[in-house]
Design a protein around this ligand. Structure first.
Ligand code: ZN
Length: 167
């Protein structure tokens, strides 16, 4: 039976996981806007819509004519990318996942994270997770969001869990 002392135990236990010497990992949440923002550093070729290779006066990085614009790499527009770092419990073993419907999904290449409720909005707006961002970059650490974060905590909603799929 889920009574209040059980709830408290659950919360205490998960809080312990988030402690300093714990099972949680430093992770990076990345949200890339789908909107294209025209590059402010170069003149756009009206025919191709791409960078003309000419510096636009007032832009942050002057560059010689004919070279790739260092801001947009010659593409002519940029995605706005937001990154934020936080600690998450990262669970690779699907047998330990919370609320996983084993009939519906394949667990291949997937993981579940448990995060504090304070991180909910960060996860909502992110589409990519980089696990253990303390190490060197490794494409095997990059996951895309497979489900929206769901609250968990037996009524107290202290945490959210989220599924991610290997990119
Ligand atoms: Zn540019």
């Amino acid at each position: 039976m889920i009574n209040s002392s059980f709830k408290k135990l659950f919360k205490t236990q998960i809080d312990t996981f988030f402690g300093s010497d714990s099972l949680s990992l430093p992770c990076k949440l990345v949200s890339a806007d789908n909107k294209h923002t025209e590059c402010s550093n170069c003149q756009i070729d009206p025919m191709s819509g791409r960078s003309s290779g000419r510096y636009k006066v007032g832009g942050p990085f002057s560059f010689p004519y004919g070279q790739l614009c260092p801001i947009c790499n010659g593409i002519g527009y940029i995605h706005s990318i937001h990154e934020t770092s936080t600690r998450m419990l990262v669970i690779y073993d699907y047998k330990k996942w919370i609320n996983f419907n084993q009939n519906l999904n394949s667990a291949d290449g997937m993981l579940q994270t448990i995060s504090k409720i304070e991180d909910n909005s960060k996860i909502q707006s992110a589409n990519t997770l980089i696990v253990d961002s303390s190490g060197t970059y490794n494409y095997q650490n990059e996951y895309v969001k497979d489900s929206d974060p769901q609250p968990v905590g037996f009524g107290s909603n202290d945490y959210v869990y989220t599924f991610w799929k290997l990119k």
